[in-house]
Design a protein around this ligand. Structure first.
Ligand code: CU
Length: 120
């Protein structure tokens, strides 16, 4: 009887450790994303993310003009001068398919659009 209780306690302790480790890794490692903005496209043109997990995005403008990295539905909007690299953090709250675009006049029409697919 005594041995049985000790085993139960040990099992509980092991389970608690596993749960804590799982929670810790969720906040410690953001989803890393690297995007290149050029005249006039985004690479990659389709971005896949997971809902509820922080994203650390590094955007580089390799073009000769100013560009923006804008995802209106996710409140993401950064402006980049030619040659500039910017790192931003955001967390998509829920799943869905969202538009990515450059808001500099004429650029969206020139093809500077993309898609952000957030898995629920
Ligand atoms: Cu642009």
């Amino acid at each position: 009887m005594k041995g049985h209780s000790i085993r139960m306690l040990l099992t509980a302790a092991v389970l608690a450790t596993i749960v804590l480790a799982a929670c810790g890794s969720g906040t410690a490692t953001p989803q890393e994303l690297t995007v290149e903005a050029s005249d006039f496209k985004f690479d990659p043109v389709t971005i896949n993310l997971k809902a509820g997990e922080p994203v650390q995005a590094t955007i580089t403008n390799t073009g000769t003009l100013e560009h923006t990295f804008t995802i209106p539905d996710l409140d993401v909007n950064v402006s980049l001068a030619a040659g500039q690299t910017v790192t931003i953090d955001f967390t998509p709250a829920e799943g869905g398919t969202f538009e990515l675009l450059c808001t500099v006049p004429g650029h969206k029409d020139a093809g500077m659009v993309g898609t952000v697919v957030v898995a629920p």
